[in-house]
Design a protein around this ligand. Sequence first.
Ligand SMILES: Cc1ncc(COP(=O)(O)O)c(C=O)c1O
Length: 423
Amino acid sequence: MATFSNNARRLRRLPDKVRERFYDWRAPRYSSGIKFHLWPWSFSDVEHLAADSVSSDRTYKSLLEAELRQNLKLSKGLGVALVGSGRSALRLGLIALRRLRPDRSKIVLPTYCCGSVYDAAVSAGLTPIFIDTTESLNSVAADYLKALDGETLGVIVVNLFGRWMAEDDRQKIFETCRHKSMFVLEDNAQCYRPYPEDSATTRARADIEIHSFGFGKLGMATAGGALVFDQAAHEIWEELKSYHPGSGALALRRFRYFEAGFGTAEHLKSDPDTVSNTTEQYGAEEISELDAALALQSLRDSEKILRRSIEIGRRYAEVIKKFPKVYRFHDSERNIFFRFPVILRDVEATNAFWAHMALYKIELEGMYVPLHLRYPRNGQPPCVVSEELYRYVFNVPNRVSLLPSEIDRIVGALADFGKRRSR
Ligand SMILES: Cc1ncc(COP(=O)(O)O)c(C=O)c1O
């Protein structure tokens, strides 16, 4: 009979690669897992919020705008538009900028980022020019600037995972683009952070900044996006005239859809009507009242959410740093840890990590395939860093509702993997 001590003795004699297979009996077992997302809302009157009579008042929409203005310290001169999603905010911004410079058709964007950025650029009639990422998983100023040429309309600076670009680099991009009559659009869908008081007036803003209120974002709703703009105001307001008010009925369907997927309401899981697709959110429409109310609720808690997310992220980062042979560099600077990406070193370690975390019942989120591998490259050179790194990246759960015991479990699992693989 195979006993624990027999197995342990055998295990010590085995080479590392084979040892991984024994994880199933050596790792701790947990009856319930740690999910990446959890249903965050406790609203009981969503039907009321989704009703058309509320929509026509636009009550929550104006409250959300006021909250954003206060939270992000927006000066009065900046415009704010609230639309159906982050990607429609991007598309609207790009369409408007294109009207200012119809002779320019290229837009520079990181290849390692969300596919919706690509979709928005293409649907605005632009040709995406991809730039590589770095070990931090964000592209840097030098790469953005190298990609500019006479046909460039502008760049989309994407701040992924809650980590934002160093102020000097940001300024370099702003200044160079201004000098060349190009535009900067900053995508903060993953980087919602209030500006510190003292920098509100000194820190320059991009020509257009976008935010997302999609499910899983910091200002979480079922869908929604914001556009903060300093340029192309006339073009944006003109384009917005063709947008219709956000549909409360669709928002309610999305609400039920997410509730069925991430909530505990079992009865919803069997109702086919609740599992409607959610793609309608990307049309030319304003944010719905229901979504504005949901986003507002989370944003009013943003300080607490950010504090907690930074606290948890730093705990994970401390463990990661202890095992440099196992995990790659992790930078805690300029980081609200909207997501916590763990980057491994090769495919074998990646597979082992996936199995290891599954045994701890910790859900992981896979990350992006670089855009230049998914879409036409327009003849540009390979992006070697993203081609290597993308295969080794997973996000571990970091959400405000994690229990202390769950955080300990994640920290323990990261340390356990680090120790096993460092041997
Ligand atoms: C970096 C980035 N930009 C834009 C978007 C699009 O936002 P939305 O899902 O609200 O359309 C996302 C969505 O995840 C994103 O991560």
